[in-house]
Design a protein around this ligand. Structure first.
Ligand SMILES: NC(=O)c1ccc[n+]([C@@H]2O[C@H](COP(=O)([O-])OP(=O)(O)OC[C@H]3O[C@@H](n4cnc5c(N)ncnc54)[C@H](OP(=O)(O)O)[C@@H]3O)[C@@H](O)[C@H]2O)c1
Length: 307
């Protein structure tokens, strides 16, 4: 039987175990992927801890992780456009940290031969969220944006996608990531200081066209001051932004069916590079999730499964 990283109850990372699971079978519209790599997102820890549940107990053993890359191994009914042997990457909401995972064909894209599957495994949540956030804010060539948390998982994609569209990016990171953020093409600001003043100075009198809260929430007032309008503040986390007419990215917005394709194309074209902070074996996924949950990863953490 193949192995997977599962949890049987909500809790801290100690609830994770590597165990044998039945070989999953792809239903209609689905494929089975022989997983080479998975990558870690903060949401993995949130699901595992139960903070995104409605208070009900876990329904049953659950495979952790959402991002994967690998090779199509079996095809369900009504799947078109993918064949056994195709290199693919994307999202497996039913669990990605496993030797074999099933997911909807629509949640995958083909990976060009010259893109490493290890890199491709990072695009699912972070990349598609970045495409959504930029799209919902209507960011266009020539604009100026502010990004809080620009060197993290989502920020790495969003910053580089924006710069590839000839958008000027002023973004925050810790002192340790200032140089790294500059290397992505953004003007870096240390979030530990008076970042609002520093952002205004870096903008040189221009008003920001959009401000992205990718990290903390609770900054809505300052972000609003930077853009001068509630509806140009975009958040992944802060409900107050929504209450004030700003944009909340939920991951469920229609109209972004090509988000994964846009990211993999940008990676293949060299417009987006993905710093991989660390790679862990499946047996150390608990350590990787703890590191992710601490909130200071530069780029992405990868789990090597059959890479
Ligand atoms: N709504 C959605 O659809 C959606 C989708 C994806 C993610 N999310 C959520 O969005 C958040 C970010 O995700 P991610 O994958 O980008 O996380 P991540 O990879 O952990 O990145 C976090 C980034 O935040 C920065 N940071 C930490 N403390 C900060 C502070 N006080 N001020 C400004 N920046 C700070 C870190 O920079 P340093 O390392 O330099 O400290 C790091 O680069 C997570 O909570 C995630 O669950 C939501």
């Amino acid at each position: 039987m193949p192995q997977a990283a599962i949890y049987r109850e909500y809790g801290d990372s100690s609830v994770l175990e590597i165990t044998d699971v039945p070989m999953p079978e792809p239903g209609p519209g689905m494929v089975r992927v022989k997983v080479a790599y998975s990558s870690v997102n903060p949401v993995d820890s949130k699901f595992r801890a139960g903070t995104l549940s409605d208070g009900s107990p876990l329904a049953g053993p659950t495979i952790t992780g959402m991002d994967l890359a690998g090779t199509v191994d079996a095809i369900g009914e009504h799947v078109t456009g993918l064949a056994v042997g195709d290199r693919v990457a994307g999202l497996a909401p039913g669990g990605a940290a496993a030797e074999y995972a099933v997911t909807y064909a629509a949640a995958l894209v083909k990976v060009p031969e010259d893109v490493d599957l290890k890199v491709a495994a990072t695009i699912g949540v972070g990349g598609s969220t970045a495409v959504r956030a930029l799209g919902l804010a209507g960011v266009e060539e020539g604009q100026l944006i502010f990004v809080d948390g620009a060197a993290g998982g989502v920020g790495t994609f969003l910053t580089q996608l924006a710069i590839a569209r000839r958008v000027q990016v002023i973004g925050t990171a810790s002192a340790a990531n200032q140089e790294h953020l500059a290397s992505l093409g953004a003007t870096p600001i240390d979030y530990a200081g008076d970042w609002e003043t520093a952002a205004r100075e870096a903008a040189g009198g221009r008003t920001f066209d959009a401000a992205f809260d990718l990290v903390t929430g609770g900054k809505v007032e300052a972000l609003r001051r930077l853009v001068g309008a509630d509806d140009k503040v975009v958040t992944l986390l802060d409900p107050e932004v929504g209450e004030r007419g700003g944009i909340i990215v939920t991951g469920l917005e229609p109209g972004f069916e090509n988000a994964l394709q846009e990211i993999i194309d940008a990676v293949a074209a060299g417009k987006v590079t993905v710093p991989i902070a660390q790679t862990f074996p499946l047996s150390e996924i608990a350590r990787a999730q703890d590191l992710s949950a601490a909130g200071h990863v530069r780029g992405k953490l990868v789990i090597s499964i059959a890479g």
